[in-house]
Design a protein around this ligand. Structure first.
Ligand SMILES: [Ca+2]
Ligand SMILES: [Ca+2]
Length: 262
């Protein structure tokens, strides 16, 4: 390090000396995948690095916290040398908190914490496909799709938390009539309505849904139903005049007949 001191009015004094800075060790932590999902293998690698000397991993603590804040695991590895590697299957959506302490040969310490977020899975299914209206030809009907993001099996073992985003398609008689986007939080439902003027007779309704990512179970994403729409009733009678007008007419005709001139 050079240090120049300006002094007035005497002149310039020039000093030169060295300061030896011993840096702290640094941890190179690699985790993969960056956002693991429940059931996937998670790998972590920690390397203790020091510029001047060697470094040692004093400890690495792994805490597993689920989405509801419960501690599900607590592991500690100590005195691991310069490198540590571990692979395990993640069981809970939530956080993996990694705390480690490194020491170099000069006794400098570095304590750090890293958090890895574990995400769950979505499972969209078609809860209902409703056609509401009079079921008559020519009348407007509401075609309502109710989607739910939930999976009972996941919930018995771990939390099923992952927002499902994607889109749905509505078909009438195999023809695509409507598409819609969705974003549905875990354990919630959403309703999508399409209004349709019915044509007569038998019709088939089908909805198909697609989740952008994070869904494994897709065999419950479609739903099919059929409905029959009645045609207007054709009457065999002529449209009749209101009764009182008919009576007046009958009386009038009768009185005309009676008032023939003699
Ligand atoms: Ca050092
Ligand atoms: Ca599904």
């Amino acid at each position: 390090m050079n240090l120049t001191v300006h002094q007035t009015p005497v002149g310039i004094a020039y000093y030169e000396y060295e300061i030896y800075l011993n840096s702290k060790p640094t941890g190179v932590l690699k985790t993969s995948p960056a956002f693991p999902r429940v059931g996937e293998d998670f790998e972590l690698y920690l390397n203790a690095f020091d510029v001047e000397t060697d470094a040692n991993i004093d400890y690495l603590k792994i805490k597993i916290i689920d989405n509801k804040g419960n501690e599900r695991g607590n592991l500690e590895y100590s005195n691991e040398g310069a490198n540590f590697n571990l692979i395990f299957e993640v069981e809970y959506a939530g956080q993996i908190i990694l705390e480690y302490s490194l020491t170099d040969l000069s006794g400098n310490k570095n304590e750090s914490t890293d958090t890895v977020y574990v995400i769950g899975w979505a499972d969209i299914y078609v809860d209902e496909l409703r056609v509401t209206g009079s079921k008559e030809k020519g009348k407007m009907h509401k075609i309502e799709t109710i989607l739910k993001n939930y999976n009972e099996t996941y919930n018995t073992t771990n939390y099923n938390g992952y927002t499902a985003t994607g889109y749905g398609e509505l078909f009438i008689d195999s023809e695509l009539v409507h598409t819609f986007q969705f974003s549905i939080d875990p354990e919630t439902s959403a309703s999508f309505i399409f209004e349709w003027q019915a044509t007569g007779n038998y019709h088939e309704f089908e909805v198909k849904t697609y989740v952008d990512e994070g869904e494994v179970i897709t065999n419950n994403n479609n739903y099919f139903k059929s409905e029959i729409f009645k045609s207007e009733r054709k009457s065999g009678f002529l449209p009749s005049l209101p009764l009182n007008i008919s009576i007046i007419l009958i009386c009038l005709i009768a009185s005309l007949k009676r008032s023939k001139p003699n």
